[in-house]
Structures are given as C-alpha cells and as structure tokens.
Design a protein around this ligand. Sequence first.
Ligand code: GLU
Length: 426
Amino acid sequence: MTTTAPTETEDPPETAAEIARHQLDRAASHIDVDPGVVERLKHPKSVHQVSIPVERDSGEMEIFTGYRAHHDSARGPFKGGLRYHPGVTQEECVGLSMWMTWKCAVMDIPFGGGKGGVVADPKGLSEKENERLTRRLAEELRDVIGPMRDIPAPDMGTNAQTMAWFMDAYSMQEGESHPGVVTGKPPVIGGSYGREEAPGRSTAIITREALDYYGKDVEETTVAIQGFGSVGANAARLLDELGANVVAVADVEGAIRDPDGLDTRDVLSHEEEPGMVSGYDAPDNLSNADLLELDVDVVIPAAIGNVLTVDNADNIQADFIVEGANGPTTTRADEIFAEREIPVIPDILANAGGVTVSYFEWLQDINRRAWTLEEVNEELEDEMLSAWNDVRGAYNAYDDVTWREAAYIVGLTRVAKAHEVRGLWP
Ligand code: GLU
C-alpha cells in the first residue's frame, strides 16, 4: 500500500450536508444521470424547524429547537432517525437525510430519506423531561410526519422508549392507534424483534462479506471498534460469534484493548451500563482516538461522525475500514484512503440493517402481524446479501471506483430512475 502525504494540513470544516453533496457529485460523474435530478438531490425537499417548550422539573420553562429534514420521497415516504444531541444543526439533519435516501435505495426498500434532531443533551434531562420533550415534539411535527409520510426511528440519544412516547402522543392526537408512525418501538406495541441489534448485525454481515471478497477469513481477523452502543456492541458481539478476534473497543470515555481478544459479551455496552467499557479490567487502556490507529485488520468507527480526518488518515494501520456510524469519514480522509488503497465500506451499506428492519417493522405494523426473531434475522441476512451483491457488481463493473462510489451508483441509479418515471410536476 502506498502512502501519499496530504496536500493540506487540515480538513476544511465540512458539514454532513457538504460531505453528502460532495459524495453525490463524485458518484454522478460515473453514471449517465440527468444533471437536473442531481442538482435537485443536492437540496432537501423541505426542512421543518420547530420550537419545543418543555417544563423542567424545577417548574421553569425551556424552549428547545428541533428539526426534521425531508430530503427525497420519490421512492416512498421519508424515513430516518431522530437524534437528541447538543451538536444537532439543520445542516447536519440535511446531510443525514441525504444519506438516508441513498441507504434506502441501496437496500431497495420503498422509502425516501429523512432525518431529525433536537438540540438537547439527553443526559441533562430527567426521564419525565425527556418524555415531555418527546411528546411535544411529536405534536409540533404532527402535520409533516405519519405512517405514509415520514417515519422517524431511534438514533443518537433516543431509543425504543422515546419511540413509544412519540407513537403514543401522535396516536392520542389522531384519535386512533398508529404504530407505523415510528419504528424501533418496543415489541409489545408493534416494534420488531431484532430491530435494536440490526445496524450492528448488518455491519458484521458486510464486514464478513468484504473480507471474503478480498480472500480473507473472518476467523483470522483482528478488529477494533470505536463506539460500544447499539451499533458497536452488537457488531462486536456478532463478529466475535463469527470467529473474529475483537481486540479493542471504545465508548465515549475511552478504549480498552486485549491482544488475545476481548470477551465481548462480558463488556457491557454504553446503554447497558454507561462508562463500563473504560472501567473494564483489560490489559491496556487507550484513548478513543488511538483505537482508530491500532494495527488491526479491520477498524469500525461506530460512534459519531467526522472521526477519520486528514489529521489521522495517514496513521490508520487497518487494512479495511467499515463504517458503522453515519458519516465517520471526511471527504479529504476518504481521498487519502483511496490513494492508500484502503477499502472503506460505506455507512449507507454497512449500517443499513437498522432501516431495513425498520421497514420490516413498518410492514408488520401495517399487516398487524409480528414476525419472529428468526424470521427477521433470516430476511435481514437475505436483504444484506442482495444489497452487497448489487454494490459489489457496481464496484467490479466501473473502473477505479471506491466502495462508497459503488454504493452511491446503485442508490443514485434507483432514485434517478424513480424521478425520471414520475416526472416533474406540473
Ligand atoms: N438512525 C438509523 C439510521 O441512521 C435509523 C433509520 C431508520 O430506522 O429509520 O440508519
């Protein structure tokens, strides 16, 4: 592998939307697609901003700001997560909604792309405050969401309970029960078995397939995973089950390493017990950032965006990068990995198990019939293999494209075709 020195010393600051637009341009340059459609897809259809008054437990009132970005719905209702995080911005929601459009199209599921967030630190909210915030948010967004319009799901800082409150508030106001207004709910109210583990499961399945493509055996692979929440912890445990040697994992507070392999079931995830990763009795403790630079076969960023940048791209020693998080790689870092011939298996394929099982959940809600965990996992395996085959086909068919470009080629071709046959109205 060759190493080329970056031409800049720093990544220019990029928002998720800028990264997403850049990626779209690169993909579009490889295929014959109407430039008008590409231009349209650089912009969200609409972005809704709401003010959410919440009564704090102290009795004081505080106004939170929320966004819901609707990127594209040519292939079906808007679909995507809802995050509660102090760093949420409108631009971030737009970029994330664009990635949802491609993710759903790569998986060939009949949804478009949406994403939303509230500028709030959930750790600074009591459970009751979180509930009041969620219910009021559902009410403020009621006109623009719905089972056939826009279907939120958990993301950073939200979970199955958040979805239950959201679904309840929406249903109460509509006067009828609408389980299909959100996915990622608890199974007792129409949630799907296997939804929570799904993004980690798909990350593990795609890692296995990518290794196989390059003639590597998963059982002879060392893996480091940044993030030990629902994506990272489930990917770690499934890769461990597949025989990989998971040597390092990290949560927000720090990383642990055991060159002989960690017992991934014994290390509790950040959701199961916050801070338990860095507090775990392992041979080595290291920083979150150092974990990414370990000499392992596969590194999986599965926490937050923009962690692989021009500042560390040249120091990455892994042979493969699999994106468990959404948008972990900046544009310049992506270019460096391409120059260094390190395959980056993109988020819109690797973590797409989440939205795929969300689609299964939505189908179960519409049909009022629950699937077993075995049915969900079997269908997920099939869908992931089919998407992997499509992306692999594009990777092999086009000269000199990255895995990200190959995934975009698959997604963009489907979205552009949908635009073409629907046409521009009026
Ligand atoms: N937050 C998930 C994602 O980024 C959820 C998508 C969904 O299930 O709608 O893929």
